[in-house]
Write a protein that binds this ligand. Sequence first.
Ligand code: HEC
Length: 215
Amino acid sequence: MKPLIALMLLAGAAIAHDISSQITWSREISRLAARHCVSCHRRGGSAFPLETFEQARSRAKDIATAVLERRMPPFGAVKGFGDLRDDRSLTQEQIEMVVLWVQGGAPQGDPALVPKTPPKIAAFAEPKTGAEWTGAELTADRTFVAIRPKTIGSDSVRIVAQRPDGTVEPLIWLYRYDPKFPRTYYFRKPLKLPAGTKIIASEPGATVALLEPAR
Ligand code: HEC
């Protein structure tokens, strides 16, 4: 067992004493999976299904490991560095809930508690994007709506924009970014940057594209 997981399981044990009711698939985990996993983990999706109790139970240990290591759901960026939309990654409480469930033997609970209709996940309408800009320094004022990793040699790279007045705007901290799940990260609000702004990566050679709004 990897040390991190052993540690979390211990921490989980300490928490377990404080919660009176057991975490079950039917009550908690099925809802979490529907919101955070099933968009990919379903029949006909990009990964093995996690739609039923049996499917999830047979993978319970792998699920605990994947969420603890924050490999799943894949987002590939650190929360709070840059102002990004559509972050479906789990909170610390949700991760603990999954670990407690697995640690408690991945119980099913009362099947009647499973929601009959899966929760509606508000579809995230990806804004239309226009031209792609890759470079090191802006020669004119520009507005960008999204950022897309291009050449990322390391799995942890911070990208910032440094304005000519010296102020620094964090854009994204790619962390455990897996090029197997390439994606475009949309900013919560369009980002205006003046001419002379430098785009700086913490790793030499790392490049990103910045996307302008569609015209
Ligand atoms: C954006 C799509 C997507 C989402 C959302 C997602 N997964 Fe995955 N998951 C994948 C893909 C694709 C693979 C196969 C990865 C591979 O082939 O290496 C995978 C693999 C896994 C694996 C097995 C391999 C591993 O890394 O351990 C587990 C366990 C897993 N996912 C659990 C989850 C759980 C639990 C959630 C929700 C909390 C989740 N995933 C959300 C796409 C997703």
